[in-house]
Design a protein. Structure first.
Length: 319
């Protein structure tokens, strides 16, 4: 089957504001689809459990939504579902292939689904699904930095726990997952709904500093960087670059700048003592929570863990 491979469009590299227009469907259909959109990717540390428990803590805002560590986009889709008004967004990630996949789902969801469905059928019919996966993974790596969005989604849905990990050469090296039955893939309505929400978004393959620094007073910035607990555990699931204490110091400077400019923000991370102390010592508000995490290979150890919510204002107390 002939599949489409895409390189980096101007929008993905952040060279211009997205002016994507709604077309080929009624406004009412678009509005309804936007309210149904959910993540079409699995992602290590995805925010669905957090949102189920703490979604009401997200502040009200009148500007755009900004997320510099996009991942599965769970918070973005949640906001699109729950806000009364359509919300413009700036979504960024340093993972170019991830952003290109979002770009394709936004603009050509039917094509992406048709290609993904062809891969899915071949995979389910394969005598050796692991070998099928490894062959497709090798082809994906050989084509980098360009990406076939359908292949990206397939690898994400069939790899171990939705991880995106690369080796020193930048090649995706996550093994095939372990499934009791057939792995789940997004259906056409899932991609159409995601596309509707993403039409409100400008997409950027860029550093978190570049994405977050553009925020203005009416905006809301949500930051979910790689968890410090994973750095301590020497876990490289998030790629080659380690997001350690020095990066969190840079984050503190960014958050203090946002606070001075009266920009609302929320950051989530693991609750290591030195990390908590650093945020508190800089006058930021830290709330402790417990949220389920599902990235441990031992299902017996997939329990709730301590996390923190960092903001510039006293935390909202839920009834």
């Amino acid at each position: 089957m002939c599949r489409s491979r895409i390189g980096a469009p101007e929008d993905a590299l952040g060279k211009g504001l997205n002016a994507h227009v709604i077309s080929n469907e009624s406004f009412q259909e678009w509005f309804q689809r936007r309210r149904l959109a959910k993540p079409f990717l699995r992602w290590a540390g995805g925010k669905q459990p957090f949102l189920a428990k703490y979604g009401r803590k997200l502040p009200r805002f009148h500007g755009k939504y900004i997320e510099p560590f996009l991942g599965s986009g769970a918070v973005f889709f949640y906001i699109q579902r729950t806000q009364a008004r359509p919300t413009d967004a700036l979504l960024g990630d340093s993972n170019l292939q991830l952003i290109l996949t979002y770009y394709a789902v936004r603009d050509e969801p039917e094509r992406v689904f048709a290609e993904l469905d062809g891969i899915r059928e071949a995979y389910l019919a394969a005598e050796d699904r692991r070998a099928f996966y490894e062959d497709l993974r090798a082809g994906y790596n050989n084509g980098l930095p360009a990406v076939e969005p359908a292949v990206f989604i397939f690898l994400n849905r069939t790899c171990w726990n939705g991880l995106y990990r690369t080796n020193r050469e930048g090649n995706f090296n996550v093994p095939h997952g372990m499934f009791k039955g057939d792995p789940a893939f997004p259906a056409l309505p899932d991609l159409l709904n995601a596309s509707a929400s993403l039409r409100q978004a400008q997409l950027r393959a860029s550093s978190w500093e570049n994405v977050a620094s553009s925020a203005t007073k009416e905006d809301f910035v949500f930051l979910d960087p790689p968890y410090y607990s994973d750095v301590i555990a020497s876990d490289s699931k998030y790629g080659r670059e380690v997001f350690g204490l020095e990066q969190h110091k840079k984050l503190v400077r960014l958050l203090l700048d946002l606070q001075r400019r009266d920009v609302q923000f929320m950051l989530t991370n693991s609750a290591e003592e030195d990390l908590v102390r650093m945020y508190l010592d800089n006058g930021l508000y830290v709330e402790h929570t417990r949220v389920p995490r599902s990235i441990n290979s031992d299902t017996e150890k997939r329990v709730s863990v301590s996390e923190i919510i960092v903001s510039g204002k006293p935390p909202l107390r839920l009834a």
